[in-house]
Design a protein around this ligand. Structure first.
Ligand code: CU
Length: 127
């Protein structure tokens, strides 16, 4: 009986340590979704944006799902802002290297512009 008990204990120890090892080497969670809309997205303000018109913002237009958080990242060497044409948001001035984010809770089309440089225009579509 003693011998059997030791054997069972040994098996349990192997199983428990085996589970622990399995967790350490588990594969990453879910793969990246390939749907056309996203829950979070970034718009990059391009270098020389003030003379780039609609190409100042990439992607433009950007399509996201409702509830998405959109971040604008200023990779230009000039300060810009992102102002909704319909008053939904106003980023204020975003310095070079800075960023701004806004959550879009409802569906619709949201044109915006840079109030500093009149040619810079973009659009967001929330589906
Ligand atoms: Cu600008």
């Amino acid at each position: 009986m003693v011998g059997v008990r030791i054997a069972v204990t040994a098996v349990l120890v192997v199983l428990i340590s085996g589970c622990g090892g399995g967790k350490d080497t588990s594969t990453p969670a879910s793969p990246t979704p390939t749907s056309p809309t996203t829950a979070a997205a970034t718009v990059t303000i391009q270098p020389n944006a003030r003379t780039s018109g609609t190409a100042a913002f990439v992607p433009n237009p950007l399509t996201v799902s409702s509830g998405a958080v959109v971040t604008w990242s200023n990779t230009d060497s000039t300060t810009h802002d992102m102002v909704s044409d319909t008053g939904v948001w106003d980023s204020g001035r975003i310095a070079p290297g800075g960023s701004f984010n806004f959550t879009f809770p409802s569906k619709g089309s949201f044109p915006y512009h840079c109030s500093i440089h009149s040619g810079m225009v973009g659009a967001l579509v929330v589906q």
